[in-house]
Ligand binder design. Structure first.
Ligand SMILES: C[S@@+](CC[C@H](N)C(=O)[O-])C[C@H]1O[C@@H](n2cnc3c(N)ncnc32)[C@H](O)[C@@H]1O
Length: 223
């Protein structure tokens, strides 16, 4: 802070996986107290807006375009500049992000870019997509003594041999995991669009292989 002037503040808020009741009280409070809502959008649509609509109706909203599943490095740079331009000193902005703010999230890259500006950053955690999916399926994520792999990319079989469970985000792009999981004694569950329109749960290879939805998870447990 310089000469007692109040800094701009941006709060990265994890809004959970899509169930409006899985937004934390802290997240709601931050949204209500904010001056500007920054919403990630993909091809003009913002899932974060849909999930939080009742809290942001009367708020100033700024849409930041990050096409889902694409390379967005220039967009993060632009978004940080827009946030800095849009917030006045003493203003609070919130950036709403699906699931947890620091788990494979857009917000992580934005946070890196915001370090170049005089914007104070706070972070509010959220329920991750996979934590919610395990609860929905009533399968433990981990029990005492277990090791669990969490990844959003292809996996080396050597790692699968050493873990008891595995979670694949962006599972629509990682179908090669199925054969490796089978070969190493895992049972798996594919979770698509949890809490959203088109929600589905698959365990058969045909349905899993056919699906292309970005909002998909593959959860695996060794039998
Ligand atoms: C950029 S990552 C965001 C992860 C998020 N920050 C979290 O904590 O879960 C996007 C991936 O999260 C998963 N995901 C997020 N929400 C989901 C949902 N409602 N249903 C299924 N998968 C979801 C999918 O694997 C998707 O490809």
């Amino acid at each position: 802070m310089f000469g007692g002037a109040k800094l701009k503040k941006l709060i990265g808020v994890g809004i959970g996986p899509g169930d409006k009741e899985l937004i934390t009280l802290k997240a709601i409070k931050a949204i209500k107290n904010s001056d500007v809502i920054f919403l990630p959008s993909s091809k003009g649509k913002s899932l974060a807006e849909q999930i939080t609509e009742e809290y942001i109706l009367d708020k100033e909203k700024v849409y930041l375009e990050f096409p889902m599943g694409e390379e967005n490095s220039e967009n993060y740079k632009m978004a940080a500049k827009i946030i800095d331009d849009k917030l006045s000193d003493g203003n609070i902005g919130v950036f709403l992000t699906l699931g947890d703010a620091l788990t494979y999230s857009t917000f992580i890259y934005l946070y890196e870019e915001l370090k170049k500006y005089e914007v104070a950053v706070e972070i509010i955690p959220g329920v991750t997509s996979f934590s919610a999916a395990f609860s929905k399926l009533k399968i433990p994520f981990s029990i005492k003594g277990e090791a669990v792999l969490v990844t959003d990319r292809d996996v080396d079989e050597k790692i699968l041999k050493k873990v008891d469970g595995a979670v694949f985000l962006k599972a629509n792009k990682n179908k090669s995991a199925l054969e490796k999981l089978k070969a190493n004694g895992f049972k798996y569950y594919y979770v698509k669009r949890l809490f959203l329109d088109g929600e589905a749960f698959y365990t058969d290879d045909k349905s899993i292989l056919e699906d292309k939805d970005y909002l998909s998870l593959l959860l695996a447990k060794k039998e």
